[in-house]
Ligand binder design. Structure first.
Ligand SMILES: Cc1cc2nc3c(=O)[nH]c(=O)nc-3n(C[C@H](O)[C@H](O)[C@H](O)COP(=O)(O)O)c2cc1C
Length: 327
């Protein structure tokens, strides 16, 4: 499967963009575990133009991440184009346009999923960005605004006509937010439309090797994007890849390995965002890293209360050395 000239192999797996989750340290770890392409969290085009420090920081890309996609969102055509140019300074391989974010703070400004209700504006934004950058531009969206207004078939054709290089479809509507189950049938309908030639990336509720295989086989998507199931479990990419290759189910890694990767992740977050914010944001990952272990929850509850890097290091290193501690 290719996005522009970027060859991503057969049945590739992508790490979904997730706000405050998919920063460079986590993307590198997911890449090492087999993710073929990782997406940055969404970055506000208005924030980038205002030169907001927080938005600029999100643009950071590490050398070992490539290929990597930077996702931007906005409602104003000129701002989104300008911000795409600012994003290019980080040397991403792909610019991804967010046309699917359901949260009020975004849709109330006419951005994200709100553009599913304003296709002329979506078209204008996509066309203008594609025209002004010389790397592939992709789009991520949902099935439609709500159950009665599912327009993904029209949206996909329109974006393809604009020159979008690939489309990611999350199988929910905006009004579902994250409730219910992702519906992959409309994703398959887009993929199987003879008029669609761009790669179609399926997204929503893939959290096991068996589901990934089922979705590749039954919905025919070119790639699968994984979000929540990767939080605290970057091994999911390796586990799915192995299963797709030889049907082998791999157990979750040892406590020792989990703590080692968790510590590496923590160090990366702190290096990137500073001690206070790095430690704070890392708290979202602990329950995933130690899930299923007899003392995993207790350990997570201890870790989230510590706001000192040295102390966290000490505890994680103790678990790395004595991995029976959590069993
Ligand atoms: C914490 C969190 C943050 C998210 N942030 C973004 C984002 O910045 N951009 C985006 O396109 N989608 C975002 N999403 C949506 C995911 O990319 C993905 O579409 C959704 O979680 C469904 O996939 P999953 O079932 O594999 O998690 C976010 C989801 C979560 C849970």
């Amino acid at each position: 499967m290719k996005i522009g000239n970027i060859d991503l192999g057969n049945r590739p797996l992508f790490l979904a963009p997730m706000e405050d989750i998919t920063g460079p340290p986590f993307r590198v770890i997911c890449k090492e575990m087999g993710a073929d392409l990782c997406f940055s969290e969404f970055i506000s085009s208005d924030g980038l133009i205002r030169d907001s420090w927080k938005s600029r920081q999100k643009l950071y890309v590490l050398n070992e991440e490539h290929p990597v996609a930077i996702q931007i969102f906005g409602n104003n055509v000129e701002s989104v184009v300008k911000s795409a140019h600012i994003a290019l300074e980080s040397n991403p391989d792909i610019i991804d346009l967010n046309f699917g974010c359901p949260v009020n703070k975004v849709v109330n400004k006419g951005a994200g999923a709100a553009l599913l209700n304003d296709l002329p504006k979506m078209k204008e934004i996509a066309t203008a960005v594609i025209k002004s950058v010389d790397i592939p531009v992709t789009a991520k969206t949902r099935l439609g605004w709500n159950h009665d207004r599912i327009n993904i078939d029209e949206v996909a054709l329109m974006l393809q006509d604009c020159g979008i290089s690939a489309i990611t479809i999350h199988g929910r509507t905006r009004s579902m937010l994250y409730s219910g189950s992702a519906d992959w049938a409309p994703i398959a309908r887009v993929k199987n439309n003879p008029a669609i030639s761009i790669p179609v990336i399926g997204n929503g509720d893939v959290n096991s090797p068996e589901i990934a295989e089922y979705n590749f086989n039954n919905y025919g998507v070119d790639a699968i994007m994984i979000g929540r199931a990767a939080i605290g479990n970057p091994w999911i990419f390796y586990h799915i890849k192995t299963y797709l290759k030889n049907k082998k189910i791999i157990e979750m890694p040892s406590v020792n390995e989990r703590a080692s990767v968790c510590l590496k992740h923590l160090e990366g977050e702190v290096k990137w965002k500073g001690e206070k914010r790095g430690i704070f944001e890392m708290r979202k990952h602990y329950s995933g890293y130690f899930k299923g272990l007899p003392y995993g929850k207790t350990f997570r509850n201890i870790l989230v209360q510590i706001d000192n890097l040295e102390k966290l290091r000490e505890i994680l290193q103790l678990v790395i050395k004595k991995d029976t501690l959590l069993c």
